[in-house]
Design a protein around this ligand. Structure first.
Ligand SMILES: Cc1ncc(C[n+]2csc(CCOP(=O)(O)OP(=O)(O)O)c2C)c(N)n1
Length: 577
């Protein structure tokens, strides 16, 4: 390709770092870039129906490939629409480059048509965000952006006025790939830190491990640590896919959507070791135990609980170096009790995931059926709302499956857009969403993109006719439900109108066969499952101690002085079953 202008050079640089596609919506100010892509021919333009979807798609892609993904929007409102997906990508710490096309450079500051200031707007959701106002800023601005996104794992934004994109350029070569894509360093704590950590663990009677997404790639080392210390392992949601499988030390989750076994294991230990987790809810952290933390980011240490020791290190590297310093414990009473508690909790959770006696589909059952029938290496995305809860509790991970969501930013409507990017990057894998009816309908315009680009994502809609998570929050806080009802169309017929497979299920008996048909369909497909609206997140048999100490609504309600509400909700749940 002949490099004539800034846009050509941008495309050439992106191809050099292995970018295969750009998600976005075209526009006048982007014409230079789209024309350069057309002329180059090596990078696909994936035109979508909403720029937020483009940013989420790039985020989904980069989270499964680990490589840089790219999205683009035209000037003003075009790139402004990227912002929520970019926040999600940045807070998920995944490398995404956004090209924010801009108004003509000579008009900046004149109150021009569509004028915004993207370099200010995207500052907070990026590591690097710069305006290109002269071709001589290249190659540095492009290269700096790529290195920032990849090296610091997050978003970089290039703000590019349409006229500058078309400006001539003399540069012909970019820096080689090795200099553009910095690899993560090996980060190992200093020897004295490792000694201090080993001392603390060796001198504790009951150690609980609390694992987050920073444990990715450290499954074997974590299990070895639990074996040496005879420790239960609790996980935060972000740790589920990396920690829960093939794990005899697993005692489940904690947090607002967690359950009692996870909570108790963290409160009945004498030392809690946090590993690669930035779990946000301080109120679930024990106050009167020793807490140590290992994290690759120093700023994460101690920001959720008071630590007796904070250690900077990569989890796998640190655990490998720590292992020879640990005394192997033989006494496993604490572990056994925690595991037994988990098995009981698990039984009560699994009892809820049955077809039930009435003609209503419980979302737990739907989640369990999908988990059973999906491919062994399926890639799941889950919408914020109760779909996250059902996925957290009923999706079985195995080290090959992945579970992605908007777990840090907490945005609705993430599942379908992220699935688009994931499926584009992994066309041979089965990609399944757990979509809320609220979340799906927020960005559902892009099922048209599934048809247009033949992206075979499988969309499961938990159609409960309500913004369910918020409805529950309102009940627990003692508010009358307001603004939560959803009047939905038949989403299966909507999908059919778009030209893709759509099936609606209302009868629990029909569900397993419908799920099989839906998953076996080769192209994009929507399964609209009418689920029970009033579903509790708390198991149905509530004991006073559970309500007092454990479980989302129990804990919250006690904090809010709303015990009566919890008991009322439990009655609703029992009655409905
Ligand atoms: C963009 C955005 N808007 C609003 C919220 C607040 N919120 C969190 S969950 C939720 C309800 C989700 O409803 P739905 O997708 O129908 O799933 P459900 O909880 O009913 O299963 C809302 C409104 C949010 N997290 N993100």
């Amino acid at each position: 390709m002949k490099i004539k202008n800034v846009a050509d050079y941008l495309v050439h640089t992106l191809a050099e770092v292995g970018v295969e596609r750009i998600y976005g919506i075209v526009g006048d100010s982007l014409n230079g870039v789209t024309e350069a892509l057309r002329a180059h021919g090596g990078i696909e333009w994936v035109g979508l129906r909403h720029e937020e979807v483009a940013a989420f798609a790039a985020s989904g892609e980069s989270q499964v490939t680990g490589a840089l993904a790219v999205c683009a929007g035209s000037c003003g409102p075009g790139n402004l629409h990227l912002i929520n997906g970019l926040y999600d990508a940045h807070r998920s710490r995944t490398p995404v480059l956004a090209i924010a096309a801009h108004i003509p450079s000579a008009e900046i500051g004149s109150g021009y048509f569509q004028e915004t200031h993207p370099e200010q707007l995207f500052r907070e959701c990026s590591h690097y965000c710069e305006l290109v106002s002269h071709p001589d800023q290249l190659p540095y601005v492009f290269e700096n952006a790529i290195r920032a996104a990849v090296g610091q794992q997050g978003v970089a934004v290039i703000v590019l006025p349409g006229d500058i994109a078309l400006a001539s350029i003399k540069l012909k070569k970019t820096s080689p790939r090795a200099s553009l894509l910095p690899r993560a360093p090996r980060v190992l704590p200093a020897e004295q830190e490792l000694e201090a950590l080993a001392d603390l663990l060796n001198n504790s009677e009951r150690v609980t491990l609390f694992a987050g997404r920073g444990c990715a790639g450290a499954h074997a080392e974590l299990i070895a640590l639990a074996e040496a210390l005879k420790s239960p392992i609790v996980h935060a949601l972000g740790g589920k896919e990396h920690v829960e499988y093939d794990n005899p030390y697993d005692v489940g989750m904690t947090g607002f959507i967690g359950y009692s076994s996870g909570y108790q294991a963290m409160h009945s230990c004498d030392t809690l070791l946090m590993l690669g987790t930035d779990f946000p809810y301080k109120q679930f952290m024990p106050a009167d135990v020793n807490i140590a933390q290992i994290d690759i980011r120093p700023e994460n240490l101690g920001r959720r609980a008071q630590l007796c020791l904070g250690v900077v290190g990569d989890i796998r590297e640190t655990l490998l170096a720590l292992a020879p310093k640990l005394k192997i414990r033989t006494q496993s009473r604490f572990l056994d009790d925690a595991v037994q508690h988990y098995h009981k909790t698990r039984q009560s959770l699994d009892a809820l995931a049955q077809p039930g006696k009435h003609a209503v589909i419980h979302p737990q059952y739907l989640a369990a059926v999908i988990s059973e029938k999906a491919a062994a290496d399926a890639l799941f995305t889950v919408d914020v709302g109760t779909p996250v809860v059902w996925a957290a509790r009923y999706l079985r991970m195995n080290g090959k499956r992945r579970l992605l969501g908007s777990f840090t930013h907490g945005s609705m409507a993430n599942a379908l857009p992220q699935a688009i990017g994931i499926q584009m990057a992994a066309p041979q894998r089965q990609v399944v969403t757990f979509s809320g009816d609220g979340g799906f309908s927020m960005l559902m315009g892009d099922i048209i993109s599934l048809k247009q680009h033949d992206i075979p994502v499988k969309v499961v809609i938990f159609n409960n006719g309500v913004l369910g998570f918020v409805a529950l929050e309102m009940k627990v806080a003692g508010f009358v439900n307001t603004g939560v009802d959803l009047e939905n169309p038949d989403f299966a017929r909507l999908a059919q109108a778009v030209g893709i497979y759509g099936e609606r299920v209302e009868d629990p008996k029909a569900l397993p066969a419908a799920v099989e048909r839906f998953l076996a369909h080769e192209g994009p497909a929507v399964l609209d499952v009418v689920t029970a609206g009033q579903e509790l997140i708390l198991p149905p048999s509530i004991h006073l101690d559970q309500v007092k100490g454990f479980g989302l609504w129990g804990l919250r309600a006690v904090m809010d002085g709303q015990m009566k509400n919890v008991i009322d909700l439990a009655k609703v749940n029992l009655f409905e079953r």
